[in-house]
Design a protein around this ligand. Structure first.
Ligand code: T46
Length: 140
């Protein structure tokens, strides 16, 4: 699916002292990170999301637990499970996302390309579908 990428986060493992994962904006992802937010304390089977973004790009990772993403570009759907701290999902604009917490206490961390802007959200699925049909995200 265009605008959806799964990347492996570079990781250094230590035989006794665990692992350290890192990624660098504008190198491992092709945008700079202007905002960081994280979601936690969600019960098992809790659902969040239910929106798409007009412009925002994000890198999402789950340092603890398991979170399922149901991604929809208006034509097809794809399920992605973030259950590995060294795996990240890079989401461009124009992707509807629903998230289901598959493990209580799972933590979702996000690096976003822009400051928070409520106007960038599309929270009405019918409107999202209409924007896809009208070519809102169409690249020439
Ligand atoms: C996304 C998924 C993965 C702010 O005031 N500032 C912020 O930076 C964010 C992200 C949210 N908020 C407010 C807006 C709402 O009043 O926090 C409240 C909860 O946000 P929302 O219902 O959008 O949360 P999720 O978990 O459904 O969605 C979030 C992001 O908003 C969204 O961009 O892609 O995580």
């Amino acid at each position: 699916m265009q605008s959806v990428k799964i990347i492996e986060i570079k990781t250094k493992h230590h035989p006794e002292l665990g692992s350290l994962s890192f990624f660098e904006a504008e190198k491992d992802i092709d945008f700079s990170v202007k905002r960081i937010y994280y979601t936690y304390g969600v019960p098992e089977a809790g659902q969040r999301g239910g929106h798409a973004h007009k412009k925002l790009q994000q890198v999402l990772f789950c340092p603890y637990g398991a979170i399922e993403f149901i991604l929809d570009d208006g034509q097809s759907r794809e399920h992605v499970l973030l259950d590995d701290p060294a795996k990240a999902l890079v989401l461009g604009s124009g992707i509807w996302r629903d998230m289901i917490w598959r493990q209580a206490g799972s933590v979702l961390c996000v690096g976003a390309s822009a400051w928070y802007d409520a106007e960038d959200y599309i929270r009405d699925y019918a409107m999202f579908k209409q924007m896809v049909q009208e070519g809102y995200w169409h690249e020439d």
